[in-house]
Design a binder for this molecule. Structure first.
Ligand SMILES: NC(=O)c1ccc[n+]([C@@H]2O[C@H](COP(=O)([O-])OP(=O)(O)OC[C@H]3O[C@@H](n4cnc5c(N)ncnc54)[C@H](O)[C@@H]3O)[C@@H](O)[C@H]2O)c1
Length: 441
């Protein structure tokens, strides 16, 4: 079993640390935030992610947390899991990566720096040169990008589709592969540049599928087709598969938006205009705003109207609000003069613009509201179309940004219903009565 040092106690670093400890390795996790380290030492996880708390408890003897980089000096592997947010130009900000390299302690033996942070192609070569310049030629370098998805991060780490290991030194790649020996997954062993590109390309492809199905949804709306049926029919084609074909209000989160920008910038810095990716990004931005048009179609001008935003996290299963569509929606609604109430079961809503009222329950959010918008596909919202919700709303309109509800059942329950890419019945617009009307369909 190996001794593993991890820089960064965020989603990737903490999940990596907890999972390696579960696999039997000795793990030291280092972060720069004292409050985070203190809460981890108390056994508290600083964000919402299933299974991580249990792993921390079960493996507490093999896991320690520190602020001091010197505590990883005797580790055989030094995983870099720090954040790489976008700069103003859209390039990835690698300053935290370089801080880690600058702060590497006087390491003993021949450890390997393992890059798990998502970085532009070419970063590994620069870090390798940086290590050499700092007199650390004996320290290895391997790219090992992470593909976990928040909300099911532990499952993704323990049962990955593949493990990508990029290195120019075969022995270093083999050492990193040995850390994962008890995980049953194909290993893609390649050069560092290709490993870096695999991560960026995989994310870009997933985003392309999302923007593609969202555009199909918009055409469905214009032509009377139902994107849910279309996606099912398309996804059953084995050449295409069903994943990431769910139409909605666009992707968000800490990875897709920044990684798409970083890849677009990387291409353009290299003299190539990545047209398809530019379109994917633009479609996504427009998609987040389409809800406003749907609300106006039902309510007219939104000034003075109360809109309940249900779900704030960028997706269900996490409290992460980075680049969440809820932020754009809330800002647009406030700009239109609407009163905005917001609810989420776990996200705090701290990154919403000032002026949004954050409430503790779905019922508090919809009370007296002119519309309820499903922003995050939380399972509890599947029960939204019920009497107590309808009766407490000023106007029983549901805009379902995630196609979570059954349109017919929702209409039968007395709501006007708008999904994404689903036919709207004319009587849905500006309904006069909350009474169920079977003839609507
Ligand atoms: N979140 C995801 O779903 C996900 C999935 C795959 C890959 N990634 C990539 O992994 C990287 C990390 O993402 P994340 O979501 O875990 O980020 P995060 O923001 O949740 O966590 C990063 C952590 O690094 C810490 N940190 C910053 N500088 C440090 C330093 N010098 N030493 C030690 N710690 C330091 C921060 O305090 C923070 O706790 C990013 O490049 C991201 O693109 C993220």
């Amino acid at each position: 079993m190996a001794r593993v040092g991890i820089f960064g106690a965020g989603w990737v670093g903490l999940v990596t640390g907890a999972c390696f400890a579960e696999l039997g390795h000795e793990v030291v996790v280092r972060d720069v935030l004292p409050a985070k380290i203190e809460s981890l030492r108390r056994g508290e996880v600083p964000f919402f992610e299933d299974d991580v708390p249990e792993l921390l408890v079960r493996n507490r003897d093999r896991l320690s947390f520190t602020l001091d980089p010197a505590d990883v000096a005797d580790c055989e592997f030094l995983f870099v899991c720090v954040d790489t947010p976008p700069t103003a130009s859209g390039d990835a900000d690698l300053s935290r990566v370089w801080t880690v390299i600058d702060e590497l302690p006087a390491v003993t033996g021949n450890p390997i720096v393992v890059m798990k942070s998502t970085v532009p192609v070419g970063t590994g070569e620069k870090v390798r040169a940086g290590l050499d310049e700092r007199g650390l030629a004996h320290v290895g370098y391997v790219s090992n990008p992470e593909f976990l998805a928040e909300g099911k991060a532990v499952g993704d780490f323990m049962k990955p589709d593949r493990i990508v290991i990029g290195s120019s030194v075969r022995a270093d790649a083999a050492r990193v592969a040995s850390l994962y020996a008890s995980i049953d997954a194909p290993i893609v062993q390649c050069d560092v540049n290709s490993a870096e590109m695999i991560k960026l390309a995989a994310n870009a492809f997933l985003m392309t599928r999302i923007s593609f199905i969202n555009e199909i949804a918009n055409v469905c709306e214009a032509t009377g087709a139902d994107v849910v049926m279309v996606a099912e029919g398309v996804g059953l084609d084995r050449r295409l598969g069903p994943h990431f074909l769910r139409a909605g209000i666009g992707y968000g989160g800490s990875c897709f938006p920044k990684d798409s920008l970083a890849l677009k910038q990387l291409a353009s810095n290299s003299g190539y205009h990545f047209q398809l990716l530019s379109a994917v990004i633009e479609v996504n931005e427009l998609q987040k705003r389409r809800v406003i048009g749907k609300l106006k179609r039902h309510l007219g001008p939104l000034r003075g109207k109360t809109v309940a935003l249900l779900g704030l996290a960028f997706k269900a299963g996490t409290d992460d609000m980075r680049e969440a569509p809820s932020i754009v929606l809330a800002s647009r609604l406030l700009a239109e003069g609407a009163d905005v109430r917001a609810w989420d079961p776990v996200a705090s809503g701290g990154s919403l613009p000032r002026g949004v009222e954050i409430v503790d329950s779905v019922l508090d959010a919809v009370r007296g509201a002119d519309a309820a918008v499903i922003v995050t596909e939380w399972p509890e919202l599947k029960e939204l179309a019920r009497d107590e919700v309808r009766l407490s709303m000023a106007n029983p309109l549901i805009v379902d940004g995630r196609n979570l509800l059954d349109p017919e059942a929702t209409r039968r329950a007395g709501f006007a219903y708008e999904g994404i890419g689903r036919p709207t019945s004319p009587s849905d617009v500006l309904p006069q009565t909350p009474e169920p009307a079977r003839s609507e369909a």
